[in-house]
Ligand binder design. Structure first.
Ligand code: PGA
Length: 251
């Protein structure tokens, strides 16, 4: 049985004080629940304060990215040690906004995933096609290249520690959700791929999240699909009652 998993991606929203307030609201609303695993991923500047707030609750802390080097002259980047020092346990890697706007490639996703694993952070590896790619019939090729590229050279033991998020780019922040059937189809495809790349154990045990306009009113149906193990939530993660409803749908 795969335990459901819900992560909130706060993106570039919330100052440290606003984040502290939201974290406090979430702690009261869901902090004691223990159905689904829950992670919040605030901006870097809010990690420390959110970490202090969620102490003693079941909410864990995630970051939105990391660099693959340990340290160095990399202006604007953040390292695994910096993240772990403020209580981070999970990290989103290869989000489509990184791929689209900030030159993220399968190769950099792979380097970041390797680094996260070697430093004991749980990577949430994002994959997913754009609308053009879907309409051109290239959806499976793109998703396949994201998964194979992201996991290149990663051992079975390490792969078992990861989480995948399938996020069709056309559904992110657009209010257009993939139908549960569309999402399920791709999730099953990814599981088949994992079986080819590794084996049945990896295919069966990896959690594959869906992301893209998950809301309280569609979460239940999405999460009830056999291969959907929870969600990576953007917009709806910024409102405590909405995030709570989504976590409950997963529990
Ligand atoms: P959304 O974002 O829920 O606002 O569509 C999801 C994501 O980008 O992870």
């Amino acid at each position: 049985m795969r335990r459901k998993f819900v992560a909130g991606n706060w993106k570039m929203y919330k100052t440290p004080s606003e984040a502290e307030t939201l974290a406090g609201d979430l702690k009261s609303a869901i902090g004691a629940l223990n159905g689904a695993e829950m992670v919040v991923c605030p901006p870097y500047t809010a990690l420390d304060r959110v970490n202090r707030v969620i102490q003693g609750s079941n909410i864990r802390l995630g970051a939105q990215d990391l660099h693959w080097e340990d340290q160095g002259a990399y202006t604007g980047k953040i390292s695994h040690d910096m993240l772990k020092d403020v209580g981070v346990s999970h990290v989103i890697i290869g989000h489509s906004e990184q791929r689209t706007y900030f030159h993220e490639t399968n190769e950099t996703v792979n380097k970041k995933t390797v680094k996260a694993l070697s430093s004991g952070l749980t990577p949430i590896v994002c994959v997913g096609e754009t609308l053009d790619e879907r309409e051109a019939g290239r959806m499976h090729d793109v998703v396949q290249s994201h998964v194979r590229g992201g996991y290149a050279g990663i051992s079975k033991a390490d792969a078992l520690k990861t989480i995948i998020a399938y996020e069709p780019v056309w559904a992110i922040g657009t209010g257009k959700t993939a139908t549960p059937e569309q999402a399920q189809e791709v999730h099953a495809f990814i599981r088949g791929l994992l079986k080819e790349m590794y084996d049945a154990e990896v295919a069966e045990s990896l959690r594959i999240l869906y992301g893209g306009s998950v809301k309280p009113d569609n979460a239940g149906e999405l999460f009830s699909q056999p291969d959907i193990d929870g969600g990576l939530i953007g917009g709806a993660a910024l409102k405590a009652p909405d995030f709570k409803a989504i976590v409950e749908a997963a529990s």
